[in-house]
Design a protein around this ligand. Sequence first.
Ligand SMILES: [Zn+2]
Length: 419
Amino acid sequence: MAGEQSSVTVNGVAYRWPRRPVVVVCIDGGDPAYLRRFLDDGALPHIARFVAEGFGTVADGSMPSFTCPNNMSIITGTPTSKHGISGNFYLDTATWQPVVMTGPELLRGDTILAKFADAGAKVVSITAKDKLRRQLGKGLDVRQGHVSFSSEYASSCTLADNGIENVLEFVGMPQPGMYSMELSLFVLEAGVKLLAQRRPDLLYLSLTDWVQHKYAPEEAEALRFYRALDDAFGRLAALDATVALTADHGMSDKSNAAGEPNVIWLQDILDARFGAGTTTVICPITDAFVGHHGALGGFVRVWSRGAVSARQIIEHIAGIDGIEMALDREAVCARFDMPVDREGDVAVVARHDVCIGSSASAHDLSGLEGHRLRTHGGVSETQVPLILNRPLTEAYKLKAAGQRLKSWQIFDFAINGTA
Ligand SMILES: [Zn+2]
């Protein structure tokens, strides 16, 4: 039972038993630029207090800078090479079909949440988009009093599947829409209520980046969202919890002066040079809800059907303006600590102000509705905040001073690094 365990080891890291509830929040798309601006303006009093009294830095997230890989890194405490989730999609070369990577069977290793649950801790995992829920809940038996649900399907939660029912009544909010800031705020409100009423040992709260895709830091809606986040973080901290904040990735403006997206249509370029059907470009940012970014990101993978080599592809595209790097499988995996067996023949990373799509005809940009394209995926969007509301121990101060931290160290810092 709680308190009797001295520590729980997950993927080689020993985590001590938490002395108070630990809440880790992943602010999807939480680029440090938002916090810099709003903290400078004095608009976020709780986060400002966390940084002043606790700890705050900018850490590196995992590549590619997408939601699924980084959430899995955070909840396993490992790089992408270990847990295997390197995007929302990869290409199955046996069938030549894109495979969605959100199934728990594709996630390698244990999650910190499930191992603590096995050891007798009470665990809560809430996400905005349902695509993350099953991987976040891998190995978590909700019949044992744990909770795992998405705000996307809050209205249809059952005790059998989610460990909680009547969620809308419990939280006191209506079912939020897919394209709304409430989809994220619902996650936090549910976390506050569960922390107050059930006092779980570990909570993982994962938001969605609809606001950051749509609004730059200087826009009023972004400030309104961050004020609401700050208010919720303050209430979590007031419940005597260790509150740890990070993000899965940042967000960059990728439009030109006229407001049009700066897009490299890579499949069209490769088809023109090597012939249609010779290569397949996969955009691993794709999911079922892409209206606000048109499935355009800063990182794509190219698979060759055999007639053209990785070297030929790289030689053809490496000089294109806006392509920051084009690397073969071994090089990109070595450089960014990614899983070789799920990598394409060539990985292509865009510059901060550019995104890469497949064919112009395959992307629907009407969902941008006149907004500038803001998106992520490249190296330029890997910087994320890492903030704790409690001061670090001397040992973890040294650890933080001696290295650039990874966002997937946040559970280690929150659980082991605070007094
Ligand atoms: Zn996104």
